[in-house]
Design a protein around this ligand. Sequence first.
Ligand SMILES: [Zn+2]
Length: 472
Amino acid sequence: MSKKQLIRRLEELEKLTGRLALDIWKNPQIAYEETYASTVQKELLADAGFRLTDSVGDMETAFYAEYGEGYPIIGILGEFDALPGLAQSTKPYKDPVHANKPGHACGHHLLGTAGVEAVLALKQLIDDGQLTGTIRYYGCPAEEVLSGKTFMAREGVFHDLDCCLTWHPGTSNVVQNFSSQAMISIKYRFHGIPAHAAGAPHAGRSALDAVEIMNIGANYLREHLVDGTRIHYAITNGGQAPNIVPDEAEVWYYLRGANREQVEDMLARMHDIAKGAALITGTTTSHELLANCYHMLTNDTLNTLNYRNMENFPMQRFTSDEVAYSSILRKSMDPKLIEASRTELKLDSNDILPTKNFYDLSAKEKTMPGSTDVADVSWITPLASISTTCGPIGTQVHAWQATAVFGTSIGLKGMHYAAKIMALTAYDLFSEPALVEQAKTEFQQATADKPYRSGLDESVLAPGAVRKEQLI
Ligand SMILES: [Zn+2]
């Protein structure tokens, strides 16, 4: 009876949250600058009676909002940052509304808003006396640079949770029973001596030479790393003009591996390469750690609950107009990528907006090639994530097609479905504490000799963060 009431409440909220998601989609802001999304979500939740804790970890856009009292404390993670340069209208062909402006090509306007929808619906059941406990929504900045939640985690704001739920927009309804890669984001800087490149090159020491030698060292390192590890870099400062020996240069690295031990081993070797490059070129080197996130830990108990709710409450089918829109959008996509996704999920070629649910038990041993700061939370409390169909099979996130479709009714349908499943699973946890304890026992066994350890020491600050002590 009460689950029906919960669904009714979710359906009542759909207009409001649909408007909220599209409002954020129309006002995209990149990592650590998401003041618009953060403010509108905070206002809505505060007006609904949630208690607000603002500027978590000295980050202006990080917050959490909670309702209810006592055990269990169930968290729902939201995100809202956009990606630079991926602005696009909802047209199913390339139509960048504002050149070089950000766009919601990872669907985080949906991601955060689904969480808001879920907690607002659960609040109603707490008010009605049907559920007891605390529901807490986390507004998490800067997932795209893989660090917002790691700074929040360092503040300890996830440590009292009993369980935590989240999701991500995708192209199918999947229980995310797989890991993600641990990752370190770091900038190496080299400091040399400027000189006239023709008149007095002997007087100069080139910081750019050091960057280039460091990159050669890193490329040779690849051969001697564990399979599946990844090193990517971009030269973010290579000097100003060819006739000046560059005295400052910078290279930005991402190091990825199946677990934290692998990436920290890579980091130690990269530090040595940087020192070597400095020695060879007569320069000095320094570095700045920007992010250090875990690989994901899955939880069978929570995954099973999510899947059961997905099977019991199937996704609404898409309309013929939504299928027609998707068919046009897919004309701009790589047919090989579409085919690969279709084959992986064993879908018919005409099933372009799939509504069936997938839970691959064998995926537990797999690591998806990519990283997320959600993984840090998964080492603090039992956590589960799903994805839902928010775009046609073949849509790649971080591409303009994703910005387009995530701004339509297709994206909103996926968002409402994710809100429903997270709310239903939270409902199960509130009403059956034995399930919370089962998830926690499983978590404790998996982390017994591996307590959570932040990869960021106290000297590392989030961009824009100002330590409270400095403000006094
Ligand atoms: Zn994302």
